[in-house]
Design a protein around this ligand. Sequence first.
Ligand SMILES: [Zn+2]
Length: 241
Amino acid sequence: MLRDLIDLVLPADCPCGGPGPFCPACQAALAGPPEPAAPTPAPPGLPPCLAFGPYDGPLQRILLAYKERGRRDLAAPLGDRLAIGVARLLANGPAVLVPVPSTAAAVRARRGDHMERLARRAVGTLRRDGRRATLLRALVARPRPDSAGLSAAERAAAAGDAFRVRPGRTGPLRAGLAVVLVDDILTTGSTLAAVADQLRSVDIPVCGAVVIAATRRRSSPTKACRDPNRQYLSVVNSNRG
Ligand SMILES: [Zn+2]
């Protein structure tokens, strides 16, 4: 109990189990540049996405520690990465960051909306870097069943019903503002596609998305061996939004 309290104030261990709170090796795992990432096949309406690496190893441990083990201090390095991704996605001009919302149940379980926290940090970082940036909590997540174990098609169907636009939350958007979705993990892309569809339905075009990590494509073993580093990457050539 006392150890838990101490860990809440000052985490003793890094997410990797090494000396904490955030070891140089794990910092390095977050330090790479954002790269275009897309699932294969990409769902219709998925905006161009940037990710900082595959969802495994250090990135997975860091995200799980942040999301599921109360390591809120990691919102700073993770949010800063989202800011870098947004700056990469938009050469200039003001940015509107729309975090993919969690369900009310997930917010309660995690004592807060983990993506809203990251988006808030990213907006602050962008502003400190001299960019105009705004957080827009444009969406709410409907209660939904756990997607674990669902097929890609089942996930897509569930994702289509998963979000709705908050009434009155989209008023401040003006022409020229670039809306960027931010999320933690890109898997099938169905969540980001569904969110982008919801925003398009109220005339808000989405110019792209930034995530921390993208799951590796479950491709055939021969393909995976031939190109182990690039299997999660697929260059997005055009804005299909
Ligand atoms: Zn570490």
